[in-house]
Design a protein. Structure first.
Lengths: 194, 483
């Protein structure tokens, strides 16, 4: 099905990181592949809002729970609580300041206890050493033709596996992820690799 | 017991004034007096008079807005107070109490002494009181409202006879009708043949007369006391360790949850007050994401608050109260649907998160009926709402929205190159326009510029943005990002 895309969906009971302009859609696609509620933690001073109408092509926004924390330390505490509890299988945290090793390790241990998957949306270059994998997601306009959903996903850190890069495309109607062939063949044409 | 000036007395208890004073209530687009004090009544001000008329009569009239729900609560307080005289107390209208003192008067030294006691206590509290004591509820009402006094037991008509017919609790138009017939006193009514009266006025006047005279029964219905969910634990020696406080809280919680279980209710908000030996006290409030009455689930939720509490010289009193209680019917366990467990786990998690960041900060997004992108959804606290589906966007919408950020561009076509957030971006492809008109019925500052033509713009640098152009006041803005 997904010939090359190892490490995705992300390994459960670990905390992962994603950066780049396509990080939000990376999280949305990950949520689409999971079941149950999704807890999305952000800081309440951020002027940007998540748009449920934009999330709807990926997953049902009814599954989304939004937690607004007054500061990053509160956001991390909420994330740790949720990861340790395990009632929510996917916890997404938006990070604004770099995590130190202690904070990253605490999240990792909490995820290990509760069995939930954690995903930190980090600004470029603010990764934590404790992360299991780190991804960079960027929209890939040069290769895109027709629909505009080709993304380039690179895995730039992996604690237990190899690195790699893939061009992927989210199919709104089929609700699944296609890996676009590296030869530049367009998915949906004759030999769709997805 | 009739409190003819209950509302104004209550207002004056908080802020005493000697001058004419009245409470006003807005009724049928006019401010009317609803209650006034004795000084105002002496000047001829009556309830129901418009405020303008009252000011013409008495230019230095002091007024305050009336608060009928507050008055009703105050009457409830008085009702509880009145149970010191007898256990059987009900409210009568908006400003009266009815007490069934049968067999209770001797505890206060007889009826006369009891009435004197009531009068003294209410006068001390600053309330105007008129008392009536009679064999029946109707007789007592008549005496309280028209000519205060106590009717001797036995012949009710002898006492009630000279009172006007209004004393029988009749509708105003019936009273007018009876007065037109020349039946002005209760005695006149009692002496009239019954059949023609019933044909003319219906059964009401005679039924009321019979109730007042004791020929028809009329019980006093006391209101049930609202259930009270509060417990306390006094300790012989002050305690300070977290485990000890938690053990005390566990004891209180077990009893409280038993009581909640009996009433098929669940606590939504709990307050644990710790009183220290030096007199200070601190309270830990716990707001739950769903009504709960399982002590094993609630107790761990207190742990964070108890740890943060300052024990000082030790805590010698614990008080636990469920300040907000909701219905929670008993449910069958072990049914075919095991979904309840995960829902309960999620509620617990929301509660725990709520104790840290506030329950109102754990949100759910609900669809709203609007084509304005930022109004197409609403936020509701997850603890007080249900998830809803029905998300439909006619066109692709960005994943993130932000307040419109202006960019330098002109013309009605998207610019080929623009600067946004300190980045220079080249337009690769633009899809649009999608025109969205403001909702004229909801004035919105951000939509002052009128119509918007939205474009999906893909840039060579990778960012995919949602731009709009306002043709009515030309300008270009970035409002969202398709990440």
């Amino acid at each position: 099905m997904r010939p090359n895309l190892h490490s995705f969906p992300l390994r459960p009971a670990r905390v992962h990181e994603v950066c780049g302009p396509g990080a939000t859609s990376f999280a949305a696609i990950l949520a689409a592949g999971s079941t149950g509620p999704v807890l999305w933690i952000r800081e309440d001073w951020q002027p940007e809002t998540l748009n449920p109408q934009g999330l709807a092509p990926f997953f049902d926004p009814a599954r989304l729970l939004l937690a607004q924390a007054p500061s990053q330390s509160d956001a991390l505490a909420v994330a740790e609580e949720a990861l340790r509890d395990g009632a929510v299988p996917l916890v997404v945290v938006e990070i604004t300041r770099p995590l130190d090793l202690r904070q990253g390790r605490r999240l990792q241990l909490a995820a290990g206890t509760g069995g939930a998957t954690g995903l930190c949306l980090i600004p470029e270059g603010m990764g934590s050493n404790a992360a299991e994998t780190r991804w960079r997601a960027t929209p890939h306009p040069a290769k895109t033709a027709g629909d505009s959903t080709v993304l380039r996903w690179e895995i730039i850190k992996n604690k237990s596996g190899t690195l790699g890069a893939w061009d992927v495309r989210w199919d709104d109607t089929a609700h699944r992820l296609h890996v676009v062939s590296p030869a530049g063949k367009r998915p949906g044409s004759a030999g769709a690799p997805g | 017991m009739w409190f003819p000036r209950l509302a104004s007395d209550r207002a004056l208890r908080a802020r005493p004034v000697e001058a004419p004073f009245a409470l006003t209530l807005r009724h049928a687009s006019a401010e009317r007096l609803s209650c006034r004090n004795a000084a105002a009544a002496a000047l001829g001000l009556d309830p129901g008079m418009t405020l303008a008329d009252a000011r013409a009569l008495c230019p230095d009239l002091l007024t305050a807005p009336a608060d009928p729900p507050g008055d009703a609560r105050f009457l409830g307080v008085l009702r509880r107070w009145a149970t010191r005289y007898c256990p059987w107390v009900g409210t009568d209208g908006a400003d009266g109490l009815v007490l069934d003192v049968t067999g209770a008067a001797h505890l206060h030294g007889g009826e006369t002494a009891m009435l004197a006691d009531m009068r003294a206590r209410t006068a001390r509290a600053g309330l105007t009181l008129r008392l009536g004591l009679g064999d029946t509820r109707g007789a007592a009402w008549a005496l309280a409202h028209h000519g205060e006094g106590a009717a001797p037991p036995g012949d009710g008509l002898a006492t009630l006879g000279p009172l006007p017919v209004e004393a029988l609790r009749l509708a105003p138009q019936t009273v007018t009708g009876l007065q037109r017939l020349g039946l002005r006193r209760v005695a006149d009514l009692a002496a009239t043949p019954r059949a023609p009266l019933t044909r003319r006025f219906g059964p009401e006047p005679l039924a009321r007369l019979d109730q007042a005279l004791g020929r028809l029964p009329e019980p006093v219905a006391p209101e049930p006391d609202p259930p009270h969910y509060g417990l306390r634990l006094s300790l012989p020696e002050p305690i300070g360790r977290t485990e000890d406080v938690m053990a005390g809280a566990a004891r209180l919680l077990a009893t409280l949850c038993d009581k909640l279980h009996r009433d098929e209710a669940g606590a939504r908000r709990l307050e644990l007050t710790l009183r220290r030996a030096d007199g200070g006290s601190q309270s830990i409030e716990l707001r739950l994401a769903s009504p709960m009455r399982d002590p094993h689930r609630i107790l761990p939720l207190f742990a964070r608050g108890v740890e943060a509490a300052e024990a000082g010289f030790g805590i010698d009193l614990l008080r636990l109260e469920a300040t907000q209680v909701e219905d929670l019917p008993v449910q069958q366990l072990g049914g075919p649907v095991p979904a309840g467990r995960s829902a309960a786990a999620l509620d617990d998690l929301i509660t725990r998160i709520g104790t840290r960041i506030g329950l109102e900060n754990v949100l759910r997004l609900l669809p709203a009926d609007s084509h304005i992108p930022e109004r197409a959804f609403s936020r509701a606290p997850a603890a007080y709402s249900r998830a809803e589906t029905g998300w439909a966007a006619p066109r692709p919408r960005p994943l993130r929205l932000f307040p419109p950020e202006p960019i330098a561009a002109s013309g009605s076509q998207p610019p080929a190159r623009f600067r946004w957030r300190a980045m220079t971006l080249d337009t690769l492809r633009a899809t649009g326009p999608e025109r969205i008109a403001p909702e004229w019925w909801l004035p919105d500052e951000t939509w002052r510029r009128g119509l918007r033509d939205y474009w999906r713009v893909e840039t060579r640098q990778g960012r995919r943005l949602w731009l709009f152009h306002t043709p009515q006041q030309p300008g270009w803005f970035v409002q969202g990002e398709f990440a």
